[in-house]
Ligand binder design. Structure first.
Ligand code: BGC
Length: 790
């Protein structure tokens, strides 16, 4: 590869480092280096018809698998690898060499509008599952792109917000998810996030992109930008960002070449990026061979199997589920007939076909109960639902979040369902005691009626075969195989993060390491790891061997436990192993998930699971030494069926030795952080918190969100033109694009206008917005806005 780089001109090297359209890298024709195609991702292939098509609609049909949050609820590493394999096959059949996914951002807040694409609130679960997904995709010769690195944990102001995270939370949670995924999946590409982390933009974050990712974790692929995440191309390349995406003009080619010529950027840095990009082209050669096809029927069946495995039986009193074959059942709720099955934004897949539960349940009485896209209850529809529900053996009520509630681009403001959906459950429960509620949603919701109904099935966003999978689970043809991969809070108002500022400029991670189940004592409706089964399981005692310490300091402990299916149906169970540090001098969560195993058992069958723990399972990050530390002493291993349902425990002594550091031998670490205490948080960060008031401080820059620049008339004119530019033929505008009219900063305008607004024009626009006269610029921009509006 180095030889090939030597044959490239400076201009060719620069061109390799910047996309050539919305969805392709540029090749080097003269040397036979092809241009390769990259598309979204993650839960299906979104191959737009044209490589310049920046819209979200009309992509080629593909299998829509369950979204990330659903797949995570399977806790099934082998199944995720299978799904990854299918995704890789579909990608290469469409001539796609890089599939933009999976997403491994940790779920910090349930409000994040994009949580449906992400996996879990726990870094081990998130990282292991992402790794399996990547292995499946890449075994087909297609690169995965693990995204969005790092701390893109909210959509609100995602293009500009600074995530302020103390070193322990960053290492133990947010980075740990990526670290695991890189170790388990060895992705060929990573995508950097839009936001800032403790100051720098991720696209210019040398510590993240180079020191940690490559230096510490050994990542050997390429880093690409999220679409429009690059501000200063030269600074980004120097920090370790190989590929800027997308690319519509040649301004940044010239900027890179000038920087090399002027000595601002060492040519070796450009060579290194070019070399890695050429290696990516080579690694993905199989994806561009002729004749790849896939079996759409088989993929539909796999999507259905995954959707069933993702359903979580939250509650099942009086054994209401599975429904008896001859039961007289009514089906209520418009989601039964017109399902909500994936999230909105760049991940939207155009499915081959779409199953719905109403059809799959056969000939049953059905009423919609609410308008499919309506918020407010409709008394006539509720009456109709009461009427159909009365006197039945059971009623299945389908509710969930509508499309407008959760999308890439903005966050939710609360965790409630649409009022019409809550009202429907209440109305049906008034007239029938045997209510089964099926919930479709990409992230936790409040279930205020949960004590008034006997059965609740969490279906997540199950993809194109989700409807038939739900029917199979309701009738017992399939089991509800899932366990929650995130905590379901009782009420947002009582949530520990409620009231902590998530913007506009700074998102303050004041809770430090106490995220999700890591905070004991929060008011939870259903805990992390929870999920019931149609069968019963018995667990043996937990057996733990002594901790061994190898010469290199590595620690090894194995815990064993036998699971027996004591019921009369086949089923699966998930053993979750949490570690509690009994004698820590540092603040630590009550316990943390350090290993898990899913077993599938026929009635009467048993299986022994072996759960291996290494040094990291006992360690915490010491900000004093910038290193992982294990303190010698007693640790309790807790095997649970959820974070709050510990079934058996055992202790293990970790002796002082090479792998451990005695408390006296290290600098003091801060004591427990009271959540929501700004003072303690600021002390952890060891620096003053930046200005987080409502007004943008100082001058506007290329990185100021448009919403903060609205006092400028030229920006108002721009937004009006952009709005017309983004409006679809049917007069609607995609929620993601609508959010961009507030949150996108000027640096993204070349991408959003396909370079009608070129970088020099953007400079002029920002100068004008700051009240500086730029000769002729006002007139030029008027003409450009007229073109955009046309
Ligand atoms: C999203 C990415 C996506 C890219 C291309 C961005 O706005 O954040 O996840 O891959 O667009 O559609």
């Amino acid at each position: 590869m180095a030889d090939l780089v030597q044959q490239l001109t400076l201009a060719e090297k620069a061109a390799l480092c910047i996309g050539g359209s919305a969805w392709a890298m540029r090749g080097v024709e003269r040397l036979g280096v092809p241009s390769i195609v990259l598309t979204d991702g993650p839960h299906g292939v979104r191959r737009q018809q044209g490589l310049d098509d920046t819209g979200l609609r009309g992509s080629r049909p593909a299998t829509c698998f369950p979204t990330g949050s659903a797949l995570a609820a399977t806790w099934d590493v082998a199944l995720l690898e299978e799904v990854g394999t299918a995704l890789g096959r579909e990608a290469r059949a469409q001539g796609v060499s890089v599939l933009l996914g999976p997403g491994a951002n940790l779920k910090r807040t349930p409000l994040c509008g994009r949580n449906f694409e992400y996996l879990s609130e726990d870094p081990l679960l998130s990282g292991e599952l992402a790794g399996a997904w990547i292995r499946g995709v890449q075994a087909q010769g297609v690169a995965a792109s693990l995204k969005h690195f790092a701390a893109n944990n909210q959509e609100h102001r995602r293009y500009s917000v600074d995530a302020l995270i103390d070193e322990r939370a960053l290492r133990e949670l947010y980075l740990a998810s990526w670290e695991r995924a890189v170790a388990a999946g060895a992705p060929w590409t990573m995508m950097c996030a839009y936001n800032r982390v403790n100051g720098p933009l991720c696209s210019e974050h040398r510590e993240l992109l180079t020191d940690i990712l490559r230096g510490e974790w050994g990542f050997d692929g390429i880093v690409m930008s999220d679409w429009g995440a690059v501000d200063d191309r030269v600074a980004a390349l120097a920090a370790g960002l190989d590929l800027e995406m997308p690319g519509f003009g040649q301004e940044n080619d010239a900027a890179l070449a000038r920087a090399v010529a002027g000595g601002r950027l060492p040519e070796a840095a450009l060579d290194r990026a070019a070399e890695r990009l050429l290696a990516l082209v080579e690694r993905t050669a199989v994806s561009r061979e002729e004749g790849h096809a896939y079996d759409a029927e088989a993929h539909h069946a796999l999507a259905g199997r995954a959707a069933a495995a993702a359903t979580v039986l939250l509650k099942n009193e009086v054994g209401l589920l599975p429904l008896a074959p001859d039961a007289d059942i009514a089906v209520v709720g418009a989601f039964a007939a017109a399902p909500r099955y994936q999230g909105s934004g760049s991940s939207g897949v155009n499915p081959h076909r779409l199953d719905d539960a109403r059809t799959a349940l056969g000939d049953r009485p059905y009423v919609p109960g609410y308008g499919r896209h309506d918020e407010a209850p409709d008394p006539a529809l509720l009456d109709e639902a009461r009427a159909v529900a009365r006197g039945r053996d059971a009623v299945v009520v389908f509710v969930g979040l509508t499309e407008a509630y959760e999308t890439e681009g903005y966050d939710r403001e609360h965790l409630r369902l649409p009022p019409a959906h809550d009202a429907l459950v209440e109305a049906v429960a008034e007239v029938n005691a045997n209510v089964v509620v099926v919930v479709a949603n990409g992230a936790p919701v409040e279930l205020p009626w949960r004590d008034r109904v006997p059965a609740i099935l969490e279906a997540h966003l199950g993809g194109q075969a989700g409807g038939s999978a739900i029917a199979d689970v309701l009738t017992g043809a399939a089991e509800p195989g899932g366990r929650l991969a995130e905590t379901y809070p009782a009420r947002w108002e009582d949530h520990p993060l409620h009231g902590i500022p998530m913007g506009p400029r700074v998102s303050e991670y004041r809770e430090s390491v106490y995220v999700g189940y890591r905070l004991a004592g929060a008011d939870e409706a259903f805990p992390f790891g929870h999920g019931l089964s149609y069968t019963t399981f018995a667990w043996s005692e937990l057996e733990v061997g002594a901790a061994s310490v190898a010469d290199d300091g590595e620690l090894a402990v194995t815990a064993r436990l036998t699971v027996t299916n004591t019921g009369d149906r086949a089923g699966s169970d998930v053993v979750q192993l949490y570690v509690h540090d009994a004698e820590s001098t540092a603040y630590r969560p009550e316990h943390e998930l350090r290993a898990f195993a899913k077993v599938h058992l026929e009635p009467g069958a048993s299986e022994e699971v072996a759960l291996a723990l290494d040094r990291r399972a006992f360690a915490f990050w010491d900000p004093g030494h910038h290193a992982w530390l294990v303190e010698p002493g007693t640790f309790e291993l807790r095997a649970g069926a959820s974070a709050r349902d510990i079934r058996c425990t055992a202790t293990v002594e970790v002796a002082a030795g090479a792998a451990t550091v005695a408390p006296s031998a290290r600098a003091a670490v801060p004591g427990p952080v009271p959540p929501s205490s700004r003072g303690a948080f600021a002390a952890l960060l060891d620096r003053a918190l930046p200005e987080n008031g409502p007004d943008a401080p100082g001058e506007f820059t290329r990185n100021t969100p448009l919403a903060d620049m609205r006092r400028s008339p030229v920006i108002l004119a721009l937004i009006a033109a952009m709005r017309r530019h983004m409006t679809e033929e049917d007069g609607s505008i995609e929620p993601l694009f609508e959010s961009m009219l507030d949150d996108a900063p000027p640096r993204m305008l070349p991408m959003l206008t396909r370079n009608v607004l070129t970088p020099p024009l953007v400079e002029g626009l920002v100068a004008l917005a700051n009240g500086r006269a730029v000769g002729g610029m006002r007139r030029t921009l008027s003409a450009v806005f007229a073109r955009l509006s046309a």
